[in-house]
Design a protein around this ligand. Sequence first.
Ligand code: DOR
Length: 439
Amino acid sequence: MPKTFDLILKGGIVVNHDGVGERDIAVRGGRIADIGSFEQSQAQDIVNVSGLHVLPGVIDTQVHFREPGGEHKEDLETGGRAAAMGGVTAVFEMPNTSPATTSEAALADKISRAHHRMFCDFAFFMGGTRENVADLPELERLPGCCGVKVFMGSSTGNLLVDDEDSLERILTNISRRAAFHSEDEARLIERKGVRRENDPSSHTRWRDNETALKSTQRLVQMAHKTGAKIHVLHISTAEEMMFLRDHKDVATVEVTPQHLTLFTPKAYNDLGTYAQMNPPLRDRQNQRQLWWGLSAGIADVIGSDHAPHSTEEKNQPYPNSPSGMPGVQTLVALMLHHVNAGRLSLERLVDLTSHGPQRVFGLARKGRIAAGYDADFTIVDMKATRIISNDWIESKCGWTPFAGKSVKGWPRGTIIRGRRVMWDDELIGTAGGEPLSFW
Ligand code: DOR
């Protein structure tokens, strides 16, 4: 008797942990029911994806969606639209909102705002502070929380923990892997004078390689001392990559598409303050080492560090201009472009954007195409050539640093728990985002 499913994806080239090949995928009840060839089977919806690649849903483990407090530049709904439009099925959102996400109530508030208002699935980081250290063991385990995030160097917002004692207490108290913005605050303060008015390129000289390395070395040393597991966000320097190669026993590593794509001084010449972010963009030599770290298996995940600011804010003269640029919607297209340029394989990309997040953070039911897993897929056309434009951007900020860039490789569809959410640059239906669950 023919089997019946809710959805069959027919004839796609499936990219997965067990290789690449043409397969059909059958979905029932929002989960993957079977993988193979389903000529005789029936489904409510049969989607022909021949010629397209079917990837496990892309998970962006670092976004700033600004709600509550910064809704003039992004909110959970618009951020979720941007994610789904770009082929991203789930996001981990950062705690530097206003108020910051540092309590059970603040997390519950974000979850209720996000539920069925975001197009993609979601989890929220809990900000680690001096004040909430004692509560972190309970806070990090709350449903919908992807772990603790600590800012060791000050960036957007007022979350900062830079003293040895508090950092050590956080690392000792928690049991999940915590994520760190790693820049040395004392060095940043000491070198503030390096900034030059109206010269955003001085941002990179101010927040120099030593600022990042010093902090990462200190963090790794404390992780060894306390036995904690750490996730070092947005690695930007050659020195950190070399250093972290020898500390994979405690540290997992994130790189961003911006640091892999843009470089100085060109980025500042082309984009001015729109190229300003923390940690800053760096030169080609550093960028080459990031690519080396990616191919050598030191990098575990790619996160977009989607950090939208309005054009009014970005148009202020440096250093009044805020740091950060949007990225959740361009992550997939940019990385496919890098795949087509031969810089990494499609399998390695899937490792960084799906298996990696699952492995690093202990995500339940997501991150691979296998029976029993959520039916989350990023469907891509490796042959499509497109020009990224601001018109395509769903983010409230309305701009991307990659406007005008021609890319080969494009997200054609986003499917979340068996529902088509985006197809051919159109969002479909209503938002159905749910909180992620973890082991
Ligand atoms: O450039 C950045 N912007 N880096 C961060 O760490 C924070 C982010 C933001 O929230 O604007």
